[in-house]
Design a binder for this molecule. Structure first.
Ligand code: NAG
Ligand code: NAG
Ligand code: NAG
Length: 443
């Protein structure tokens, strides 16, 4: 037995090299076979001509034979169709090509006729393009009937807001433009006494003082616009006292808020075009103005014209940035936009509780807005204008348009990194202002 086992082991040892050699042989044969069967790709010709492209382009790059631009948007919601035409109209390459529009009398310039256009009376032209117009919400119907009009007169103006208050003619670093409504007296007063105080405001760190101006943007809200008490006389009094109210002659409703931006940009271009930064926000937010000044002073740049003046960057807009949002499909919310009116994702925009942008950007927004059809939701509209300027808003975590966690709202330390928080009542503003201006406990 022992001998036999021993010779078996010897046999194994003798055969092992042969087994290994045969494996190696198989491997070499397979490798050779693979190498022989490989054929190199044919050489790509230097002038590659894609199918469907013009081939006789010579030295020029080939271009598509069929239309590259989408000239017609046949299936689209009303806003998309109209904007599509406008975008094409203001595309420098296609500008000269007048194609037939959605129907008679729909010249894109029609929307912008101002002086020539008889009035801002309701116009059924757009309504007639909407098959479901009669079943739409009242606010949507109102919007569609007046979306051709964007020029309303000023009822209360403040031409000297930016110039005569202080002796110095220095440009305000920050102009706070706050959307308010006639009846919101208490909000406005609380803002004046806290975060929206006009005058020289000290930044939180560093101790520099900067010029800040505040103005409130109002529409009309009286007996003629629904069940509103007539507060016109009170408003007059408030305005003569504080000189910080702008009021235009249009119904102050949610879907008309976009008008406040457009009309404010017009006003700004005349009366305060040298402001470095604009804060645009609601009257139910709380802003840590000193901290905001700290942040903004980092974004001032020397002006291009060689003088010692400074200026905010032309593409500067900061806020709570929202991307890939879709129109609300919940029929009963105030944000609901029917699919027959707008289709698709919203462009990137900054939540409307409050945003800050440079004065230089404001004048660009004013110009581009002429080519962007009115849209019922103001912060989305701002996003649409930015999109056409090729500007991306900057996201800042200090803009809390959805508030702090409930448990933190009373803790002063939780506000350390906050620039803006939504939403706060006038009483909460006053309380928070006092808390945050007292020396903070160790955080
Ligand atoms: C202009 O529009 C017409 C009608 O839609 C179209 O046939 C033509 O190709 C367009 N021209 C250019 C240069 O796009
Ligand atoms: C906006 O204001 C105009 C002018 O007052 C008015 O005709 C229109 O109905 C308003 N739109 C909405 C959606 O309230
Ligand atoms: C800019 O400021 C400097 C020093 O502060 C001054 O000497 C110069 O004259 C100023 N230039 C202009 C164009 O105002």
């Amino acid at each position: 037995m022992a001998r036999c086992r021993c010779s078996g082991r010897a046999l194994c040892l003798c055969l092992l090299p042969f087994v290994m050699m045969s494996h190696l042989l198989v491997y070499i044969m397979v490798s050779i076979f693979v190498a022989i069967s490989y054929r190199p790709e044919p050489q790509i010709p230097l002038h590659f001509v894609a199918s469907g492209a013009s081939s006789n382009s010579g030295d020029l790059a080939p271009h598509p034979l069929t239309n590259f631009w989408n000239l017609h948007l046949v299936e689209g919601a009303l806003w998309n169709r109209f904007q599509h035409l406008q975008d094409r109209q203001h595309n420098p390459i296609l500008r000269s090509n007048h194609t037939e529009l959605m129907g008679p009398n729909t010249d894109p310039n029609y929307m912008h006729k101002t002086d020539g256009f008889p009035s801002c009376h309701p116009d059924h032209l757009w309504a007639s393009q909407l098959p479901d117009f009669n079943t739409m919400s009242e606010q949507m119907q109102d919007f569609v009937l007046s979306m051709h009009c964007r020029h309303y007169s000023l009822m209360i103006d403040q031409p000297d807001l930016c110039s005569d208050q202080d002796d110095e003619k220095e440009a305000p670093l920050l102009l706070m433009a706050i959307k308010s409504q006639v009846g919101q007296f208490e909000n406005r007063q609380a803002i004046r006494e806290t975060w929206g105080r006009s005058g020289w405001v000290t930044e939180d760190t560093g101790g520099n003082r900067w010029r800040v101006r505040t103005v409130f943007l109002l529409g009309r809200q009286d007996a003629t616009t629904g069940p509103h008490a007539d507060l016109a006389a009170l408003l007059k009094l408030e305005s003569s006292h504080h000189k910080d109210i702008l009021q235009w002659d249009f119904r102050d409703t949610f879907f008309n808020l976009t008008l406040k931006d457009l009309l404010f940009w017009d006003w700004l271009s005349i009366h305060c075009s040298h402001a470095h930064f604009i804060f645009k926000g609601d009257d139910d937010v709380f802003v840590r103005t000193g901290a905001l000044l700290d942040y903004l002073k980092e974004h001032i740049f020397p002006s291009q014209d060689g003088s010692n003046r400074t200026k905010g960057k032309e593409d500067f807009l900061v806020g709570d940035v929202i991307t890939n949002a879709w129109p609300s499909i919940q029929v009963n919310t105030k944000y609901y936009i029917p699919e027959s009116f707008y289709k698709g994702v919203y462009p990137t925009y900054a939540g409307g509780g409050g945003v800050v942008y440079s004065g230089a950007l404001a004048s660009r927004l004013r110009i581009v807005s002429r080519w962007v059809s009115l849209f019922p939701i103001d912060d989305v509209y701002l996003g649409m204008c930015l999109h056409r300027l090729g500007i991306s808003p900057i996201h800042h975590q200090g803009f809390l348009t959805f508030d702090l966690p409930e448990a933190d709202r009373e803790k002063p330390c939780a506000y350390r990194r906050v620039l803006l928080v939504h939403k706060r009542s006038p009483k909460e503003m006053l309380r928070l202002w006092r808390t945050l201006n007292a020396p903070l406990p160790e955080c």
